[in-house]
Design a protein. Structure first.
Length: 93
């Protein structure tokens, strides 16, 4: 179960990473700082997705075998919506 939770956490962070790096790219700072800020934002933006993924993982585990695919799909979908919500004001104009 712990491996599955870590996989869901990694998926949540990786799914949010492109949007968070885009947001952090506007900072005038060294590349390592932009990467650090981008990863920190990805963790923060991935928290709602992580919560949904854990709920789906636990619900699917009780209903049938596994459930990791359903949890990863849920995490990616929620990450897409949170990333879009974070980027929309910047891309709008």
């Amino acid at each position: 179960m712990l491996k599955r939770l870590l996989l869901v956490l990694l998926t949540a962070v990786l799914a949010s990473l492109p949007a968070s790096l885009f947001l952090a790219a506007g900072i005038s700072a060294p590349a390592w700082y932009i990467l650090l800020v981008g990863v920190a934002q990805a963790v923060g933006m991935g928290l709602p997705a992580l919560a949904v993924g854990v709920v789906v993982l636990i619900a699917r585990r009780d209903a049938e075998k596994g459930g990791i695919r359903a949890a990863i799909v849920a995490v990616v979908l929620v990450s897409i919506f949170t990333s879009q919500a974070a980027l929309y004001p910047l891309l709008r104009g």
